[in-house]
Every structure is written in C-alpha cells, then in structure tokens.
Write a protein that binds this ligand. Structure first.
Ligand SMILES: [Zn+2]
Length: 79
C-alpha cells in the first residue's frame, strides 16, 4: 500500500512505493467502511504509476475521481 500524505507537498511526489517521481495525477478515493461519503483521500501518481494505483483503488471500489495534480496544487495554493 502506498503511504498516504495528509497534506500534498508543494512539489507533489508519486505515492507508489519507492517512487520519488514528480506526480502529475491526483487520485481521489474513499473507503466507505472507514470514511463518510463526502470524505476524500488523495494519492498522487506519476504517469508510470497512474494505472497501477488507480486499478488498486478501483478493484476495491474506492476510486472516486482522478484529477490533474496541477489542479490540486492550484487549489492548495489558493485555499
Ligand atoms: Zn510513480
């Protein structure tokens, strides 16, 4: 399981294990057994790990949205 970062860093890094590549995607997910429906957790993914991370979430029914990490950064900066 990739580690989860509560605050996306200013230079987003892929959440896949042992990957330090700059992230270009933000996977927004929710585990309905642990979280309220509105809650979103975020994993960041580089281009190489988007497929493996999104499939990991999708098979569990957790994946909600996939966004550009640039949008995420923009929202954090302007929050
Ligand atoms: Zn990666």
């Amino acid at each position: 399981m990739p580690g989860f970062q509560h605050e996306p860093p200013s230079d987003p890094v892929c959440s896949a294990r042992a990957c330090g590549t700059h992230a270009v995607w933000a996977l927004r997910w929710n585990n309905p057994r642990l979280h309220t429906l509105e809650r979103r957790k975020t994993w960041l993914a580089c281009a190489d790990h988007l497929t493996s991370l999104s499939e990991h979430l999708e098979v569990r029914g957790f994946l909600r949205e996939v966004e550009s990490a640039d949008d995420l950064e923009h929202r954090v900066r302007t929050a």
